[in-house]
Design a protein around this ligand. Structure first.
Ligand code: PLP
Length: 398
């Protein structure tokens, strides 16, 4: 099918919740994707931090094929071999003792919100349910997660939102301290804000958040849906900051594109989830779990974290050289292979022109070009992106 036909059908039959680019991608390999008319693109979006191992990674493809031939789905009423194995691997590589599986980031966050409230109910009674979230945050599109999200554009027109949430400025420890009150049961935040424009916390901020939570018996929920699974050069972003959460959520990169979300917690906290308190039909089914195992194995066997850290430095160096060259670049910020380039104008046009030149880029928070290549990216591919971007910025200057 040609691009035009696909676009026509999408417009006729699919809900227009996305402002889609006029491109239909039909094939991928590593950091390259091809559209329905055969045009090649270099992918610095990775399905929004999902295809961290690159497109159609052989180990992922094999895991999907093998598991599909054996057993695709059974109910969580039964034990699931691959789910138990993936949970073990995640626990052995994190702060957590137990894992709950769902199908998306929003669902993982829903589970985290429910668990925090239930834990607080069990230990402190019914009046301690409030969750403090951050401005500019993003936690998903369900009713609870748009309430948690600190950006009005995601919740406008969907009121009434859920009671029991409040928002403070990110990276402002004083604001958080002032907001904590006897009703607070948890603080929920992204260690690095993705959709909010790649916002990196100052040194000491997350340690300060952890201390405030400890002092007040408040749970710390970290949303690592975007920055977890190796994106920052460590398996989880909070490892850079010397802290551990009580609850953490994952999705995006966890099964390389097979829908999966996970909510991890310590035994102490997860013990508030008992049979009947929460569930998911698809969560952790054999197919997504087997894929998740293949992803975790590849991350370690193929030294993905090392490549991410090294290529992150290469990317940062090139982006910073562009900042020196173009006065309209306000800031370069990021970690590992999530980087933001803040412009003093809206970045949408650059994303459009990049697309025409065969480069997939994304723009967050209006003015921040966001770079999310596969973690398997090579220096040659970074150079290729750099050359295209440099010439696009030269044109943008005029
Ligand atoms: C993408 C994202 C979500 C939502 O994930 P979905 O799978 O789209 O529900 C939640 N939190 C963060 C930080 C994200 O980047």
């Amino acid at each position: 099918m040609k691009t035009e036909e696909i676009i026509d059908k999408t417009e006729k039959y699919v809900a227009s919740t996305y402002g889609r680019y006029p491109v239909a991608l039909v094939k991928g390999e590593g950091a390259k994707v091809w559209d329905a008319d055969g045009k090649e693109y270099l992918d610095f979006v990775s399905g929004l931090a999902v295809c961290n191992l690159g497109h159609s990674h052989p180990a992922v493809v094999t895991a999907i094929k093998d598991q599909a031939e054996k057993l695709i789905h059974v109910s969580n009423l039964y034990h699931i071999e691959a789910q138990s194995e993936l949970a073990k691997i995640l626990v052995e590589n994190s702060f957590a003792d137990k894992v709950f599986f769902g199908n998306s980031g929003a669902e993982a966050n829903e589970a985290a919100i429910k668990l925090a409230r239930r834990y607080s109910f069990d230990h402190f009674g019914k009046d301690r349910y409030e969750i403090i979230c951050m401005k500019q945050s993003f936690h998903g599109r369900t009713m609870a997660t748009i309430t948690a999200t600190g950006q009005e554009k995601f919740s406008k027109g969907f009121e009434p939102l859920l009671p029991g949430f409040r928002h403070v400025a990110f990276d402002d420890i004083t604001a958080l301290r002032k907001a904590i009150n006897p009703r607070t049961c948890a603080v929920m935040l992204e260690p690095i804000q993705g959709e909010g424009g790649v916002n990196i916390p100052s040194e000491g901020y997350l340690r300060g958040v952890r201390e405030l939570c400890d002092r007040n018996n408040i749970l710390l929920i970290l949303d690592e849906v975007q920055v977890g699974m190796g994106r920052t050069g460590k398996l989880f972003a909070h490892e850079h900051y010397g802290i551990k959460p009580d609850i953490m959520t994952l999705a995006k990169g966890i099964a390389s594109g097979v829908p999966m979300g996970a909510m991890l917690a310590t035994d102490k906290v997860m013990s508030s989830f008992v049979p009947g308190t929460h569930a998911s039909t698809f969560g952790g089914n054999p197919l997504s779990s087997a894929t998740g195992i293949a992803v975790m194995k590849a991350i370690y066997e193929e030294k993905i974290l090392e490549n991410c850290a090294e290529m992150g430095k290469a990317l940062e160096k090139r982006l910073k050289s562009l900042k020196k060259k173009y006065a309209f670049i306000k800031e370069i910020r990021g970690k590992g292979l999530i980087y933001g380039m803040e412009l003093d104008f809206e970045g949408g046009d650059i994303v459009q022109s990049a697309l025409k030149r065969g480069l997939l880029l994304n723009c967050a928070a209006g003015k921040v070009l966001r770079f999310l290549p596969p973690l398997t990216i090579t220096e040659g591919e970074i150079d290729e992106m750099f050359a295209t971007l440099d010439s696009l910025l030269t044109e943008a200057k005029r």
